[in-house]
Unconditional design. Structure first.
Length: 127
């Protein structure tokens, strides 16, 4: 699989969870950052990027699906876990909140967001 999957180290205490979504040497190569808060049962993504590499830090519980060519891969992030996914161009991806509370995604992309000409091609992987 072309997608890199890395479990992030977290610090957890009574206040919640703290994690670093991207390493220092990669932060300068990013052209976009956005935070997504999804309600239970909601699917985000269902697309691929033609040019940008997207890095997503996902909190669990979440189900991520990737499509490379004709191959489909599923990866589940369990509650209290945080994983980082580095998704190269032309790899379709979708993220579903499979929990009972809101979950958080932090996404970075190597291409700036241009609403007039977005680097996004829709491909429905899950509903």
């Amino acid at each position: 699989m072309k997608v890199k999957i890395i479990q992030l180290k977290t610090h957890t205490d009574l206040r919640g969870i703290v994690f670093e979504p991207i390493e220092q040497e990669s932060i300068c190569t990013q052209q976009n950052c956005h935070i997504v808060i999804s309600k239970p049962g909601i699917v985000r993504g269902n697309h691929y990027h033609l040019y940008g590499t997207e890095t997503i830090a996902a909190t669990g519980p979440a189900l991520l699906r990737f499509k490379e060519g004709t191959d489909i891969y599923d990866f589940e992030v369990h509650s209290e876990q945080v994983y980082k996914f580095v998704i190269p161009p032309k790899v379709s991806h979708a993220i579903k909140n499979i929990g009972e509370k809101d979950n958080i995604l932090i996404a970075f992309n190597t291409v700036p967001h241009d609403p007039e000409k977005p680097d996004v091609i829709t491909e429905i992987l899950m509903e």
